[in-house]
Design a protein around this ligand. Structure first.
Ligand SMILES: Cc1cc2nc3c(=O)[nH]c(=O)nc-3n(C[C@H](O)[C@H](O)[C@H](O)COP(=O)(O)OP(=O)(O)OC[C@H]3O[C@@H](n4cnc5c(N)ncnc54)[C@H](O)[C@@H]3O)c2cc1C
Length: 290
């Protein structure tokens, strides 16, 4: 199939983007890396009358440390996050997650702003944003609005971006030592969207894991913090025999039943997803505690 006809504007400034977003047309769409949007156009899942290409706005493409906070511009590409020494040093969870995001060719074009705006519930970066307490910065003609990641993701492909707004950057305060992070997912093939994934962090190690935070993705309509399972995980010693690990898996699984609401689809049943989530949680305790 081919996309429906649309007008195309390559924006030369943020002011021009805001003018177009607030113009007479209600169905203007932002084009960033195009890795998701162009496929939905070709399949006629969306038919905007105008695309505003922000790809030339260099001021949205950066990874910088400002007063101890890491600022990431919306147009920063996945491959740039993957290779950034600053991300590796200060945001190791993101560095661990990036090789799981699609394939190298897609990471060369796809952007963090596009991934967060799309809000695919099986995507890696939204879960990392929640686990790291990131702030999403939205801009419009009237100024900037700062939204905590927890309130930004509002459902299946739904975010808090309001008409006239553009996601311009992400701000993350690094969690330095003794914080530790662990990222893992199950997918059918390397580069596919995850069936289930986990972005995890905690303070301390060994038998004492404090402030355990587990954010699951692919298990609901948005990334989900598994608070009941975090309580069980915080109380579970790490070095045990097989029998005790079996008990721990069962305890984690029944807590996850309260936290998660996975759906069945052709890739995995809801029951299988719940099992995989418990396996990821169990393994995360080993990884964070070692
Ligand atoms: C085969 C394949 C496999 C993939 N696998 C994965 C995967 O495993 N994990 C994963 O996370 N992703 C995966 N993706 C998606 C990929 O990561 C996309 O690049 C990303 O989700 C969207 O980024 P983009 O820059 O290409 O955005 P675009 O496709 O340009 O835009 C996506 C949406 O976001 C909106 N948008 C973009 N930027 C902004 C902004 N700054 N402000 C407001 N709205 C904006 C657009 O209007 C559009 O609605 C895959 C894609 C493909 C084609």
């Amino acid at each position: 199939m081919k996309s429906a006809p649309f007008d195309y504007v390559r924006a030369r400034s943020l002011a021009e983007v805001f003018d177009l977003l607030e113009g007479k047309r209600s169905d203007v769409r932002i084009l960033a890396g195009g890795q998701s949007l162009l496929a939905t156009l070709a399949l006629r899942l969306s038919e905007p009358s105008m695309l505003v290409d922000i790809g030339g706005l260099g001021e949205l493409r950066f990874i910088e440390e400002r007063s101890g906070t890491i600022h990431i511009g919306a147009l920063t590409r996945h491959c740039e996050l993957e290779k950034s020494p600053l991300v590796a040093a200060k945001l190791p969870l993101i560095a661990q997650a990036m090789p799981h995001v699609a394939h190298a060719a897609i990471r060369n074009r796809g952007t963090i702003g596009g991934s967060l705006s799309l809000a695919d519930p099986a995507a890696e970066l939204p879960a990392c944003m929640l686990a790291l307490d990131a702030t999403i910065v939205l801009a419009s003609r009237t100024g900037e609005r700062r939204v905590p990641a927890e309130g930004f993701f509002q459902g299946l492909y739904r975010t808090d971006i309001k008409p006239g707004e553009l996601l311009v950057r992400i701000e993350i305060s690094p969690h330095d030592a003794p914080w530790r992070f662990h990222f893992a997912e199950f997918s059918r093939r390397r580069g596919d969207f995850a069936m289930v994934g986990l972005a995890a962090g905690c303070r301390g190690r060994g038998l004492q894991l404090e402030d355990l935070r587990w954010v699951f993705f692919g298990c609901g309509d948005r990334p989900v913090r598994a608070r009941a399972a975090e309580v069980v995980g915080s109380r579970s010693p790490n070095k045990e025999g097989e029998g005790e690990r079996g008990e721990r898996y069962c305890a984690l699984r029944s807590a996850l039943e309260k936290d998660l609401d996975p759906q069945s689809d052709p890739h995995a049943s809801a029951k299988m997803r719940m099992h995989l989530a418990a396996v990821l949680a169990d393994r995360a305790l080993g990884a964070l505690g070692s």
